[in-house]
Write a protein that binds this ligand. Sequence first.
Ligand code: ZN
Length: 462
Amino acid sequence: MLVARAKLDPHPEPVDLRIGNGLITALDGHLDPVRDEEVLDARGGAVIPGLHDHHVHLSATAARLASVDVGPAAARDREGFGELLRTAPAGAGGWIRAVGYHDRVAGPLDRAGLDALRAGVPVRVQHGTGELWVLNGAAIAATGLDDVHAPGVERDAQGRVTGRIWRMDAWLREVTPPVARRFDALGRAAAAAGITGFTDATAGRDERSVRDLRAAAGPGGLPQRRLLLRSDAWFPPAGDPEAGAYKIVLDDERLPDLDALVDVVRAAHDRGVPVAVHCVTRVQTVLTAAAIEGAGPRRGDRIEHGSVIPAELVAPLARLGVAVVTQPGFIADRGDRYLADVDPRDVDDLYRARSLVDGGITLAAGSDAPFGPIDPWTAIRTAATRAAPSGAVVGPGEAVPAATALGWYLADPRHLGRTRSVHVGAPADLVVLDGPIDAVLRDPGPSAVRATVVGGVVVHPA
Ligand SMILES: [Zn+2]
């Protein structure tokens, strides 16, 4: 295949690119198509490496595309939420699966609250944070939750389950019918936004879920490349091309002590694998920095989210070489809630970006879909504006140029400090934009993506 008339930095004039066996094989001012060679005409638009979403949950996002969205935009209030639940078509096994709930819609939910809105069929509602599911009475009966005694199962003063369960996804998968997943819709939406690769950051991955993702790969499913963070149950040896850092989840309610966390980090490092630590609160970030320091850093160690990073940790994290995988899309999605709900002491430390860049920390970006919006261009725009939906600005001093934020999606998923580029010998993972890069970055949006190529195959437009 030829990509013709591609505007490629730093070449002053458009160039032609030849693609063969999934790689860029030639780059010249003019290349003549050989017989029957497919030509993709970039018409002078910028051609950049494909965007990589460095933190996503593929299976959950594909499931969300087959679930009822009850987020604040869709449900608005208690009335609207009830209406969505009452009219939702039952999915597999007669279940209704609703996602994206926020307490703002109808207050904290529990079994009784859900039964008042829809009883008789099993209903489960996921909180927008992804940490909490709420089950109605029929769902509690169907799953046998009454007899489950685990730290994540909330009980009232009388010892009855309230229907609220935290971080019980693995258990839920065992006791509920398989959820329909729309990997095809996810693959298409991501391709249309110029995404050619994903790092799936799902905690607690097992063999079965890896097989699922492999089965979803390819045309008609997920055409993008993928890197999967490791877990205890899925820990391929160092060097495995499919496997990334070892994911560690911290939870403020059940924080390990420092020595225990140092041991966990060291155990991964001893097997030749860096760690990826979920840090969404101040204490989690502080503990993580201390643990990596205690174990000794390894190249590739990363902090997921870095939602709250105290100023005094910027220099130590830079010294340790720990990268931060941030989600600018969260500000576009829920910036107003942050400003309203977050501890005032934390506001200045919220989703830092500029101060991390200036402090010498490597950044990369991801969507955290389905918990954040999948579109990277909105995230890039938001990194530059820091604008919440209302227009309120979250940490104006943390804004970065859109070009910097684009660079966070161009990082090599295995070496976040390296930026991928378009050159002979590079994988043919490309995005053709509908204008020069400067113009696109002045007004970033997914409509700027004219074509997306993964491994030499055009995946958008299909
Ligand atoms: Zn996540």
